[in-house]
Unconditional design. Sequence first.
Lengths: 595, 135
Amino acid sequence: MELKRFKRTLLQVLILPIVACLVLAEVLVWQIAGSNSTVTQIERSDRRIALATSIEKYVVDEETGLRGYQVTSDPRFLLPYTSAQAPMQQAVAELQSLPSPGQDQALAQFVAEHRTWRQGFAEPIIATIRAGGHATDDDVNLTGRARMDTMRALLDQIARDSERLSAERIRKWHRQCFLVYAVLVMLTLAVGIIIGLFTRDRLEAVNAAFRRSLDLQRRRAEELFHSEQHLRTTLASIGDGVITCDAEGTVQMMNPVAQELTGWPESQARGRPIAEVFHILNETTRQPVENPVAKVQRLDHVVGIANHTLLIRKDGSEIAIDDSGSPIRNEAGELAGVVMVFRDVTMDRRTRAALLASEKLAVAGRLAATIAHEIHNPLDSVGNLLYLLQHEPQQEEARHFLEIAQTELARVTQISRAMLSLYRESRAPVPVNLRDMLDDLLLLMESRFNSLGVHVSTELPPEITVDGYPAELRQVFTNLITNAAEAAGQGGDVTVRVIPQVPDPSPSAWRPAGAIVEITDNGPGIAPEIQDRLFQPFFTTKGEGGTGLGLWVSQGIIRKHGGTIRLDNHADGSGHGAIATVFLASKPVLDPGGD
Amino acid sequence: MKNNAHLVLCVDDEVVGLRVRKILLERAGYHVVTAVDGHSGLEIFAAQPIEAVVLDYSMPGMHGGEVAKRMRQAKPEVPILLLSAYVGLPDEVSSLVDVYMTKGEGAPALLDKLGNLLALPPASHSSGGPKDGSV
């Protein structure tokens, strides 16, 4: 129920009882007014009775005064007669002013009768006696007496009628009083019922609306609860650590993975600054790294995964992580908080390291057979020569055999040196002479080329040096040259070419000074469907013979050297063959994390 | 020994090793012809009355196993000594030849094994096949 309707209902509930009570009061006033008029009429009747009684007394006084004067002729006896005259006239006038149906005639008869008695009977008698005469005539007296009786009868009638009327009016008043009571009770009842029903109806409407809004509220709360539960479950099920902070960088929530990784229980971490809970260092420099939350606050956009980050856990132990932070925005688009996602990459690192070691071993294994062959051949000759020398007394021949033996031993030394340098790890980049390195490699792989029936030609400038890790670069070129030789196959040709690169300062094609190493074969080339997968780990076209890691590792090494590596088919339209192109800068910006 | 010299064919792509081995065998009293690859070796093997073959395994073009197989097909009675710089050659290769040894075992071992091969009657060192015992 909207507020407007609710207010209207409140007003209705207030106004209706007032209106109903006003109506009730009006009816009561009307009823009481009717009853009041009846009471006035009753009073008038009573007044008439009283007036009639007074008039009768004055009439008796007049008659008594007249009779005393008649008997004594003493004027003093006549005093009641004369003094009654004025009040009686006054009472008659008042009675005339109180009209009553059916009595006016009786009153008029009485007035006429009294005038006749006074003028026709009393006045003559008084005049006679004043004149000294006597008024003792019985007939006259009897007539006077008869008139007096008539007057009394008329007055009695008036009094009786008035009494009857009064009684009637009193009964009417009683009826009216009863009616007022009845109407009062009924109206009160009716008004009460109406107000009650109306109020109940309104209250029920309010109640229904209240219940509806309560229901809605409960449903919303339930939905909110479910939605929050759902989000919580989702968050808890995420395999990565998730921490949310408010805009000030205070921890608000952590999922179980985040608690596990940081070592902070959510209950303890909540409310603490993120830097305290999520304490990170650069893996290499061990310097504090700007916290993703701070970075998001500063930059106000998603900050990506930082490489080589160490998370210092609550107990001081360290784990390698990848992390990222994203802003949380409110409806107005303002920064309301930051959500940070991170994961343990220790296992990733180990797996990667194991893969790299495995590929290194595979390369070593492939070369080992070659190297054994390379060393056994000259050793066999040397052994044979020593045997001959033991049984050969001739000076000239012995000298010749020694010369051959020395040459063969020099070959063994060269091979073993090449092999050593292939696996010597250097901690820092050193200048690498590409020509020497490639010569060594080709020497080691010579027998492999022989057995494959591949002819290898080189185009190497005398002196071209790049900074790098020699062992790793050898691994790359061993891979690429082996691939080329295997692709070229029996009777095939492989060309290894080094092309010095002058720097290109133009902004569009900026390139530092360096060298391009091209390894070309005339094999079947690269099928278009595998072109995209060449550098993926575990992708191999050699079946059991390959680890599928060679190109992946090579790419990592070249990236670490700040160079580029690509594999294409010949662009010269010769129809087939692949070309591997590696660019290495002379003074590269080495990226130690590139592998 | 010298008046009853056997004709031995040496096949190896390692020129120096081949030359030294030729001198060694000649000093031991053998007549030695050499070939630097499988094809020329097979030609000589077919053309001359070779009595034993000292064959290198790892050669460009045609490896020793293939050469030995063809020699067996042509003259199964001729003993073959396979030399290799590798250890652990496939069984189908080592079972094809009479003796298999790795390079670097030394000259006495080579001479000893070759001498044994030639001293024995051909039937016993031929590793089997249709021509077994035909000479």
